[in-house]
Design a protein around this ligand. Structure first.
Ligand SMILES: [Zn+2]
Ligand SMILES: [Zn+2]
Length: 401
């Protein structure tokens, strides 16, 4: 028992060190987040954010690898050595036209804040064994940067990963969906729409028929499945039978094992529309599939207790969300991805201009640092009690098959 008490005391002291470092760093953290917010950059084009984050981490004494694994705006910052190697994740891409409407400037702030807090822990006189990685992951919104990073070996040698996402409300284990993003081009034959319509093959008709076939398909879809599509190209002028039409589509399921079936059903709709109209069609995959999110229960429990000690009581689940490439990380190592509320009162939904404004307010920064402390404290728990890492791994092995 004495041993348990000693560990508990040490753990509390180390958590205090992490929190103190985050508090004393709050000014530089806010400044960095503000700079990312003021310079929104699209997926894979996050050059300024990449520079800001890597410079700050290098100045703070981390070993930094820029353009990590050959991905230009990815990075890895490490401190310490040995195992476990705990990883906190930054995202920093924005949305077209509405800037940081997903608040990824705050995700970057939380990742760096947790990193600074944990580095102070690993530098302290009673430092536990282990290593810390702050991973910079670009292109979350479009392209699935983490999926390419996994394929390039960026996550090799890491024992667990965590990140937090700003949101409307606090949720420990949000239900993120598996997602496949693809597009289709229908090719027909142009003709004068009044003089020789019988000589044309109408590619717009193929797109419209595909769209309505998908609408009919929805009657037989599971309640947790989602398909959404737009017609991104429907011809040029009404007096020319459209020779080319294009659609962009997302198919989502609650677990990744169901995704191939839904994708096949949707692609049958595309094929049927092409055949009915006499068009040819070509499907292009726009990114590798995003997986649903597996939240490691033991890790989540630790986070819940730490967050609660910091004054935040969050429910386990909430309504299902969109999709995240963190889902793919959660299939290769124990992971968590809690969402945190960014303001008092009614917070507008993400991906809106109103949320962009909220993502750079004092309240949002304050709540970001609380979530960052909860991440740092959760890592302290694992680093100071290595039995936990074994249990976390056992749960991961049994849940990710
Ligand atoms: Zn988003
Ligand atoms: Zn996001």
């Amino acid at each position: 028992m004495a041993n348990k008490e000693t560990i508990l005391k040490l753990c509390q002291a180390l958590k205090g060190i992490a929190s103190a470092k985050i508090d004393t760093s709050s000014e530089i953290l806010h400044h960095m987040s503000d700079q990312i917010w003021k310079n929104p950059e699209l997926s894979s084009k996050e050059e300024k954010a990449h520079h800001l984050l890597t410079s700050l981490l290098e100045n703070q004494g981390f070993t930094v690898e820029r353009s990590y694994t050959g991905i230009e705006t990815a990075f890895r910052a490490t401190f310490g050595s040995g195992r476990p190697n705990v990883c906190v994740i930054c995202e920093y891409d924005a949305l077209p036209e509405i800037g940081h409407a997903c608040g990824h400037n705050l995700i970057a702030e939380a990742g760096v804040a947790a990193g600074l807090g944990l580095k102070a822990v690993l530098e302290s006189s009673n430092a536990p064994k282990g290593m810390l990685t702050v991973m910079g992951t670009p292109a979350e919104e479009y392209g699935g940067g983490k999926i390419d990073m996994i394929d390039n070996g960026a996550f090799d040698g890491i024992d667990l990963a965590m990140m937090v996402h700003p949101a409307v409300s606090d949720i420990l284990a949000p239900g993120y969906l598996a997602c496949s993003q693809f597009s289709v081009a229908f090719t027909g034959k142009a003709a004068h729409a009044a003089a020789f319509p019988w000589e044309g093959v109408n590619a717009l008709d193929a797109a419209v028929m595909a769209y309505t076939s998908i609408s009919a398909l929805r009657q037989q879809m599971k309640p947790t499945w989602r398909v959404h599509a737009i017609i991104s190209d429907g011809g040029t002028k009404p007096n020319i039978i459209p020779e080319l039409s294009k659609m962009e589509l997302f198919a989502r399921t609650s677990i990744k094992s169901e995704l191939p079936l839904l994708v096949e059903k949707v692609q049958q709709c595309l094929k049927g529309a092409a055949e009915a109209t006499g068009c040819t069609h070509e499907i292009t995959q726009n990114s590798k599939p995003y997986y649903d999110l597996l939240s490691n229960k033991i890790l989540l429990d630790l986070y819940k207790n730490n967050w609660s000690a910091l004054g935040v009581e969050a429910p386990l689940t909430g309504s299902s969300s969109g999709s995240t490439d963190m889902g793919n990380v959660s299939y290769v190592m124990p992971s968590i991805h809690p969402k945190f509320r960014v303001g008092p009162g009614n917070v507008p939904g993400i991906h809106t201009e109103k949320f962009t404004v909220i993502a750079n307010t004092p309240d949002a920064h304050r709540m970001t640092l609380i979530a960052a402390k909860a991440m740092a404290h959760t890592c302290v728990d694992v680093l100071t009690d290595q039995k936990l890492m074994t249990e976390i791994n056992e749960e991961f092995k049994s849940s990710s098959v």
